[in-house]
Design a protein. Structure first.
Length: 153
């Protein structure tokens, strides 16, 4: 019989609660844990200062903003939304630096590969046919793009 591996005990204690301006769908943390970004039902991309609890809208989509990725070691934040767009935000300049129309309908989730050479987006489209709801469009789209907009750091 194989030896049983001992799992470490995990303890979780709530450290902070911040009231958000919208119901949140996506979350990206900074490396120092003092800042995070959220996306949500209002289409916004919001910056949250965790110690103070202050929030500020820094960008947005024309519909729900569904997912979010912050590129490690950079000031680049990427969001995807139900408007089918993938947006690159420069956090230092507080401006939109790239806007890609990835789909004609919603993007549910998006992830950047660990080596930052690929962005993947998933979706599904539903239709109501004969009193049944069918998921008729299920896709994973792989994008080979230049992810970064500037140097690391």
């Amino acid at each position: 019989m194989a030896e049983e591996i001992q799992q470490p005990k995990v303890q979780a204690k709530q450290a902070k609660e911040v009231r958000l301006p919208t119901s949140a769908y996506g979350l990206a943390l900074s490396s120092d844990d003092n800042l995070c970004h959220v996306t949500g039902m209002d289409g916004g991309v919001h910056e949250v200062e965790i110690p103070s609890g202050e929030t500020k809208r820094i960008g947005g989509h024309d519909s729900y903003a569904a997912s979010l990725e912050r590129l490690p070691g950079s000031q680049t934040l990427i969001s995807a939304g139900y408007d089918g767009r993938i947006l690159w935000h420069d956090l230092a300049k507080r401006e939109l630096v790239r806007d890609v129309k990835a789909r004609d309908f919603w993007s549910w989730q998006m992830k950047v590969s660990d080596d930052e050479t690929r962005l993947d987006s998933v979706t599904g489209r539903y239709a109501r046919i004969c009193k049944k709801t069918l998921n008729i469009h299920r896709t994973l789209r792989l994008w080979r793009l230049q992810i970064r907009t500037g140097p690391r750091g």
